[in-house]
Every structure is written in structure tokens, then in C-alpha cells.
Design a protein around this ligand. Structure first.
Ligand code: OXD
Ligand code: MN
Length: 587
């Protein structure tokens, strides 16, 4: 697109300024058209940045291999650059805004020499929705431009939405040298335009600035100021046999089955589960007093390993065409392959490009554990017809969940909004490959927002509590845990489609029915309170799944007290009161 197609003075000035700084050979304004996408693809294929896949089986699908030093979000290199370190809080890294700009601009200087600079205007949220927001990402990565076309409403439509005076969040991104020592992802939530700067990474969450950087970190700060919530949540629709619909959001840490739950295949043919979003929800109080959710994204950036016809047939159908795969393996036929998709063929080319026998397990994994697919949401067979409704969908239930071997029962209903916020604020999960660092370590991840909250987490809890007071008809809050294990390390609960059962119980509780017992930690189903038709669990397993172990919970109270110390004076008194009350009840 010719830049004369926008006369937004602020945007033109910023693009010019960035051009002077980064010194690209040329500047391309993205329109978002199909022709443009094909041109980007052929340029990348020629430069070996994309590898065509088997187009008979996987039409318009490509494989991208990132630098092996750049395969996940880098939490230790991610900074909230608020004026005061106190606003970033104890769970974020902080850098003074002036210092961050000086440092990053020195890396950006000349970083695009010989390269094309892409100007990528995009909308987070459905076009035409009063809740949508515009961002513009400047990047030297064609992979990012292509991915943004899938993940957002990108191009001309965003410039039209922006008009000549509209506000936008600017994000400047350069892969620079992909130097991990000079990799920085910086957010400036206090600036009028809420700037994002990202250098030396080309990986998803670090580089597709609309997603974690804008729709979560920057948006959470906007939401605090404007009285709404920007959350790391899936959104799903549950339709009963009479056609009545109910909507849930669910916050789970990265790689805990969020995409699978959002696309859950119903085990009961007359119940339908449909997808609105799999990662992010923007929630506002509607005129009717309920909480309404919009998915700001237009695509799925899902973890590939473990995805199969068995675990998530909807995802498999979604990714069959027009999908970018990152760091997966490839068969000799040109099909994408990863651990968990099915049996390995005789030979595989692994994610680093080495061809090895498919049974060569000694040589390590074939797909990178955090390898991904980037696919258009509209291709999802379970996408709800309401997924782009401008007002969003009304939320009746909020699920919090984590990956825990023990302690947390299969499903737990909060006693109140405050207790629900307490359950969210104390969520814990074993770490996964979505972020760099050790895996399998239990870490507290409040509301699954630990890496994504753009301000002080104590203030964030206070904001949640405040929202509860302002929502006349708030959703009910639940905690779920699909991941309990027996003493031999086997999962107790089959998961996947069977997760519909706890969801149906939650629905009954929302409707004021559902057999339940109060426990010291909240309300759980009676052993036959959940619909267990057609499920054969060994004797005593259901009891174990719903068990509240007092010794463990006494330890949990100590662990929560320690976690709460992190927030110092900013911990809202309502949450300390919840902990005290829990201690009393656990005894
Ligand atoms: C993601 C994440 O990529 O949460 O969605 O890490
Ligand atoms: Mn996520």
C-alpha cells in the first residue's frame, strides 16, 4: 500500500522517524490482501525462511524454522518500563523508560540496513466493535507480517478504522542480529501512546506485538485505567440440547490445554461446545449488568506437540490449510510432524533441519517442545457464529486452572467473587516449555497472568476485587485441575473431551442446581453429582479426584502466605482475609 493511502499525520511521522532510525532499504505498507500474502510467502521461500509443505494435503501451509536460540517467550528479558518501579511491581522486570529507550534505540539504529521494513496496521478485536483497538507494528520480519495477518485483522481495514486522527499503539520490532544477549521486549504503559519496543527475537509472543505485548500487557494497564479486564483466557460457548447457550472464560497458564478446552469435542452428541477464543479475552461490564467478553485475536497460535485427531480433531481441521508451522518436524512427503500427532515415519527432518530415522530417539526430539501452528480462527469447525459479535458474549462462568499433580480437586466452586479472586490469585502450575527456563517446577501464576500483567500485581488483584463490586450480575468462579496423578505418576482423570463433565456441573451450579458439598476450600460435586454416564473410572478414583486433603491444604496455606508476601503492602486486605478464613476452615 502506498503511504498516501493514509493521511494520519501521527502515524506518518512515526514511520518516518523509525525509517530514519532503522535505515531499511525499502518500506512496505501492508494491505492485508491475498496477493500481498502470496508475495510475502514467495519472497520468504526464495530466501529459505519458509519451506513449502505438501500442498495436496496441506494447501497453502508452510514451515518456518526459528533460530534455535529463539524458541520461546523470554520472561527474563521482558520489561515493564513504567515511570516508577513500584508500578511494575515485584513480578515484572523493570527498566526506567528513558534508559530503556536509549538502550533499545541504540540497537535499532541501522538494524534494518538492506532489509524491508513492513508497516503492519492491525485491529485487536472485531472490525467495527466499539471495544476494538488499533495497533501498528513496524517490523523487518516478513514472517511476523504474515503471522500478524493470521492473528489480527491486518492491513487496509485497520487504517480505515484508524482514520486520520485515531489512537493506535505503536510497536517497533526488529530481529536485528537475533542476539540473545541483546534481546529486549519493552512496554511503556505510562506513555500516552503506550509504546512497545522489541529487538533481537523473531519468536511469536516476543515478536507478534499484538498478542501478549498489546492485548495483555499494555491492555491490562489500559483496562485498569478504563474499568475493564484484559485476561489470558479462552472463551467457549456451551449449548444445551434445547439450544440454550452459556459462555465460559478460562484462565490457564501457557501449554496447559487451553486450546484443547476451547475446541473441546463434546462426548455427548446433544451438547455442543463452540470456540470463541483460545488465549485472550477482553471483558467489559455490559448495560445489562453482566460481564461480556470479546476475543481480540483472529487466529490461533497453538502448541503443536500433543495435538492429534484424538486429542483435538477441531484443531487438526483448523490447521489443514493456510497455516504457518514453526519449529515442527517434516516428513519426506512434506507433511508437518510432531510428537503426539501419530506414529513416526521411517525418516523425519527435525526442527533444526537434520534428517534422521524416525526411530532415532537418542538424537532428541524431532519437533521443538514449544513448536507452534498459526492458523485462522475462522477455519475452526467449532468456531461459534458469535465469535465476532461486536458486543462480545455474556459470561456466566470463569474457570481458573493449573497443572497440579495433587492438592487441587478436579473442580471447585468459589464461595463468592472475593473467594474466586483468591483462587485466581493463588493459582499454581507446573511450568511448561512455552517460556524459557526449567520445566515441571510448581510456580504461582495468578490468573495465568504472571508473565502478562502490565502493572503491579497487587494493584491487579485490587482491580479484580473492585470489578466484582461493579458487576451487578457477576459470573460464578470455578477452579479446575485436569492433571492430578496417582502414586505411580499416571493421570487420574482422562481429560480432553471428558472435561465436558466438570463443565456441565459448573453449568448446573450457575443455574442453581447441581449436587454439591461444601468443603473447607470451596464447593465440590458430590461423588455422583457430576454426570458420569459412559465413563468407567476405577473404584475410588472419583473420590480421590474430589478429595480435600487437610494436611496438604495446611501446607498450601503456608505456601500461599509466602506467595502473598511478594506483594507487600499492595496485597488487598480482602485476600489476606480469605487466607485467614481458609486457615481457620482447614484447621
Ligand atoms: C502463548 C503463551 O503463546 O501463553 O499463548 O505462551
Ligand atoms: Mn497464552
Amino acid at each position: 500500500m502506498d503511504k498516501t493511502l493514509t493521511s494520519h499525520a501521527g502515524l506518518l511521522a512515526w514511520v518516518e522517524e523509525s525509517t530514519r532510525l532503522c535505515q531499511p532499504e525499502r518500506v512496505h505498507w501492508c494491505t492485508g490482501s491475498e496477493d500481498e500474502a502470496q508475495w510475502l510467502i514467495s519472497t520468504m521461500v526464495a530466501a529459505k525462511g519458509l519451506i513449502p509443505l505438501n500442498h495436496d494435503e496441506w494447501p497453502n501451509c508452510y514451515l518456518h524454522r526459528s533460530n534455535p536460540n529463539d524458541v520461546a517467550r523470554v520472561e527474563d528479558r521482558t520489561f515493564i518500563c513504567s515511570q516508577s518501579p513500584d508500578d511494575a511491581g515485584p513480578t515484572n522486570h523493570w527498566m526506567a523508560p528513558d534508559e530503556a529507550k536509549k538502550l533499545l534505540y541504540s540497537i535499532f539504529e541501522g538494524s534494518m540496513k538492506g532489509r524491508t521494513m513492513y508497516v503492519v496496521p492491525y485491529i485487536m478485536g472485531p472490525a467495527g466493535s466499539p471495544f476494538s483497538k488499533v495497533g501498528v507494528e513496524i517490523t523487518d520480519s516478513a514472517y511476523v507480517a504474515l503471522s500478524m495477518r493470521i492473528m489480527t485483522r491486518m492491513g487496509k481495514i485497520a487504517l480505515e478504522t484508524l482514520g486520520t486522527e485515531g489512537a493506535f499503539v505503536p510497536g517497533l520490532h526488529s530481529t536485528a542480529e537475533l542476539d540473545p544477549e541483546k534481546r529486549y521486549i519493552c512496554h511503556f504503559p505510562d506513555e500516552k501512546e503506550r509504546l512497545i519496543l522489541s529487538v533481537n527475537s523473531g519468536y511469536g509472543g516476543n515478536a507478534l506485538l499484538g498478542k501478549k505485548c498489546f492485548a495483555l500487557r499494555i491492555a491490562s494497564a489500559l483496562a485498569r485505567d478504563e474499568g475493564w479486564l484484559a485476561e489470558h483466557m479462552l472463551i467457549l460457548e456451551l449449548e444445551d440440547p434445547q439450544g440454550e447457550k452459556l459462555y465460559f472464560t478460562g484462565a490457564f497458564p501457557s501449554a496447559c490445554g487451553k486450546t484443547n478446552l476451547a475446541m473441546l469435542e463434546s462426548i455427548f452428541p446433544d451438547w455442543k461446545v463452540r470456540t470463541i477464543g483460545d488465549d485472550i479475552a477482553w471483558l467489559r461490564i455490559g448495560e445489562d449488568g453482566r460481564l461480556w467478553a470479546v476475543n481480540p485475536e483472529a487466529g490461533f497460535f497453538g502448541v503443536a506437540p500433543g495435538t492429534s485427531e484424538k486429542t483435538n480433531p477441531s484443531a487438526m481441521e483448523t490447521i489443514r490449510s493456510n497455516t504457518l508451522f514453526t519449529n515442527v518436524a517434516r516428513t519426506d512427503d512434506g507433511d508437518p510432524w510432531w510428537e503426539g500427532i501419530g506414529p513416526a515415519p521411517e525418516f523425519l527432518t527435525d526442527w533444526k533441519g537434520e534428517r534422521r530415522p524416525g526411530d532415532d530417539t537418542a538424537g532428541g526430539r524431532f519437533s521443538q517442545p514449544n513448536s507452534r501452528f498459526t492458523a485462522p480462527a475462522k477455519q475452526c469447525p467449532t468456531i461459534s457464529p458469535h465469535w465476532e459479535d461486536p458486543q462480545g458474549v455474556p459470561i456466566s462462568g470463569i474457570l481458573f486452572g493449573g497443572r497440579r499433580n495433587d492438592t487441587m480437586p478436579l473442580v471447585l466452586e468459589a464461595n463468592s467473587w472475593e473467594h474466586g479472586v483468591f483462587l485466581g490469585a493463588t493459582m499454581a502450575s507446573q511450568t511448561t516449555a512455552a517460556a524459557g527456563g526449567a520445566q515441571g517446577v510448581l510456580r504461582r501464576d495468578p490468573m495465568a497472568m504472571l508473565p502478562f500483567c502490565g502493572y503491579h500485581m497487587g494493584d491487579y488483584f485490587a482491580h479484580w476485587l473492585e470489578m466484582g463490586k461493579r458487576i451487578p450480575n457477576p459470573p460464578k468462579i470455578f477452579h479446575v485441575n485436569w492433571f492430578q496423578k496417582d502414586d505411580e505418576g499416571n493421570f487420574l482423570w482422562p481429560g480432553y473431551g471428558e472435561n465436558l463433565r466438570p463443565l456441565l456441573w459448573a453449568r448446573e451450579r450457575i443455574l442453581g442446581v447441581g449436587e454439591a458439598i461444601e468443603t473447607p476450600i470451596g464447593t465440590v460435586p458430590t461423588p455422583d453429582g457430576m454426570n458420569l454416564e459412559g465413563l468407567s473410572l476405577a473404584e475410588g478414583v472419583m473420590e480421590r479426584l474430589l478429595e480435600v486433603n487437610h494436611d496438604r491444604w495446611a501446607q498450601e496455606c503456608d505456601a500461599i502466605a509466602k506467595h502473598f508476601e511478594t506483594f507487600g503492602e499492595k496485597l488487598p486486605p480482602a485476600l489476606s482475609a480469605e487466607l485467614e478464613a481458609l486457615r481457620q476452615r482447614v484447621g
